[in-house]
Design a protein around this ligand. Structure first.
Ligand code: F6R
Length: 242
């Protein structure tokens, strides 16, 4: 694993954007995996800035998002689809046909999960997957469990994740309890992984996930076995590494 510890959140976002931009400069038709949430937000703003400066173009990339709530259409303000268009895709001038996000409104969710895996395979696999990490160690929505999930699937969110994500909704009751999520296996098949986290409240889980044992009770820990995984942190998130 490669570690990059940045002085602050701004530098951390710039480092992530630079790594993603370099990937696209080297392979303009890259398949990029994206995450939602607070962790990548500033990275997306930096990517839009790099595009504005003419450093990078997403005109040939394909994108695959990690997850989507079940029951929220793309127009819903809290859907991950809407998040991505508002925070990245529109700013990068992307076309709808470049973008893949699991459809949480699909009538047959299992068929949607299978089709999503097929779309990733048809794109030749994901070149670079950006990840955040949940307070319980989840990546995508892979909550602590008895085994690592292999493929995109329907996941039930645990109470801690509902609690963490309620900040985006009017109340915890409005947070959907299920989501479509790429599996840990889907993530591990990406050729490169870029995980980013900032702030004190992520310091302990970063230590447990990457210096502790590899266990499905902490999904992110399996990234220790990935051959090309870079972790970009600010000083606070790196604070428990010793
Ligand atoms: C979101 C996702 C989640 C988040 C994680 C951290 O697409 O896959 O695993 O990365 O919940 O969320 P933040 O960044 O909001 O702390």
């Amino acid at each position: 694993m490669h570690w990059i510890v940045c002085p602050d959140e701004k530098a951390q976002a710039r480092a992530c954007a630079a790594i993603i931009a370099a990937q696209v400069l080297q392979k303009p038709s890259s398949a990029l995996g994206f995450a939602t949430g607070s962790s990548p937000l500033k990275t997306y703003a930096e990517l839009i800035e790099l595009k504005r400066q003419g450093v990078v173009s997403f005109s040939q990339v394909m994108t695959f998002n990690l997850d989507e709530y079940v029951g929220l259409p793309c127009g819903h303000p809290q859907s991950y689809c809407r998040f991505m268009w508002d925070n990245l895709f529109t700013g990068m001038d992307m076309r709808e046909e470049q973008v893949h996000i699991p459809n949480g409104m699909a009538a047959d969710l299992d068929a949607e999960c299978r089709a999503y895996e097929q779309a990733i395979a048809d794109a030749g696999g994901i070149d670079l997957q950006l990840l955040g990490i949940g307070h319980d160690g989840h990546i995508a929505f892979n909550e602590p469990g008895a085994e690592f999930s292999r493929f995109t699937h329907v996941e039930t969110l645990n109470a801690r994740t509902v609690e963490a994500n309620k900040r985006f909704f009017e109340s915890a009751d409005d947070v959907p309890r299920t989501a479509l999520s790429m599996g840990v296996g889907s993530i591990m098949r990406a050729r490169r992984i870029l995980l980013t986290a900032y702030g004190k409240d992520k310091a302990e889980i970063i230590r447990e996930a990457f210096l502790g044992p590899v266990t499905p009770a902490l999904s992110a820990s399996i990234l220790q076995f990935h051959s090309d995984c870079t972790i970009v942190l600010d000083r606070e998130a790196a604070g428990s590494l010793g």
